[in-house]
Design a protein around this ligand. Structure first.
Ligand code: NAP
Length: 257
């Protein structure tokens, strides 16, 4: 028996599509399972998709996500609300293929956190200094507001707002971007977005991260008692997404601006 759950953005259009999805899937013999479903149908935007992945982060190995956007095109979704009939029929007819995407993992003395778009270390209350290690070797000392490590999929999100480059789909890369870095005669760091091999292990270390926050997509955690953050692509977790049509990446990107 196939199981499903629906995660919808709380707006009128998304809620109406959620109701239709529930009705159609139930009629076709699917069973609602909010805890560990086979498939999560996501109705909303890229933000909703990320929320859904975090909601099922503990059972990612068994869940696949299939999304429809109730706005523009989106980077996690290939259908818009006007394509709902095609979206649901493609799913029911098994006309979907499964793809896996990497997730970033951040480990601190306090715990482990995951980012589908990005992991950020930010301090809005004072200048933050951090030593940056790449694969265990000291690379630079950063001073400023913070640093952002993004995935390829997240490169169009916060990373792009921080001046990072967009990474074309299909490339196994991550990106390290400064957030308001300070650069003058005394303080020097790369001052440029740095695109790295996705096997790179990045560490941030500081004598004090008081006031700093670790941002894992839309979730934030205090770094007050933390001195080191290790960020890398997770070896354990990946996001499995279903795709029913091929959207040309440059069209998707163009719809962003
Ligand atoms: P949110 O409201 O869910 O998202 C903020 C905006 O970022 C929405 O317009 C969302 O698109 C868009 N977005 C999310 N992932 C994207 C991606 N991979 N590529 C392009 N656009 C994307 O905000 P949130 O819940 O606080 O944070 C979720 C994510 O939003 C974060 O991971 C962060 O990357 C991004 N964000 C960016 C900024 C910024 O650029 N200054 C600020 C806050 C958050 P939809 O409308 O399709 O949901």
């Amino acid at each position: 028996m196939f199981t499903y759950a629906v995660v919808a953005r709380p707006d009128e259009v998304s809620n109406a599509l959620k109701q239709q999805t529930d009705d159609i899937l139930t009629q076709h013999g699917y069973t609602l399972d909010e805890t560990a479903p086979d498939t999560v149908l996501v109705i909303g935007g890229d933000g909703t998709f990320i929320y859904a992945v975090h909601k099922y982060i503990d059972v990612l190995d068994r869940v696949r996500f299939f999304g429809i956007h109730t706005g523009t095109l989106g980077f996690y979704t290939d259908y818009r609300d006007t394509d709902f009939e095609e979206f649901i029929q493609t799913f029911l007819n098994g006309g979907v293929s499964e793809y896996s995407y990497p997730i970033l993992e951040a480990k601190t003395e306090r715990g482990t956190y995951y980012g589908i778009n990005e992991i950020r270390v930010e301090n809005a209350s004072r200048t933050q200094d951090m030593d940056v290690y790449l694969n265990g070797r000291l690379f630079e000392t950063f001073r400023g507001t913070g640093l952002c490590v993004s995935t390829q999929l997240g490169s169009t999100a916060y990373n792009r707002s921080a001046g990072g480059a967009v990474i074309q789909e299909g490339l196994s890369l991550i990106e390290l971007t400064e957030i308001a870095g300070i650069h003058h005669s005394k303080y020097r760091s790369l001052n440029s977005p740095f695109i790295l091999d996705d096997k790179t292990e990045i560490s941030f270390s500081s004598a004090s991260l008081k006031g700093a926050l670790l941002g894992a997509d839309s979730e934030v955690f205090s770094l007050d008692d933390v001195t080191k953050i290790d960020v890398s692509v997770s070896k354990e977790k990946q996001v499995k997404m279903l795709k029913g049509r091929n959207v040309y990446y440059f069209d998707r990107l163009h719809s962003l601006f």
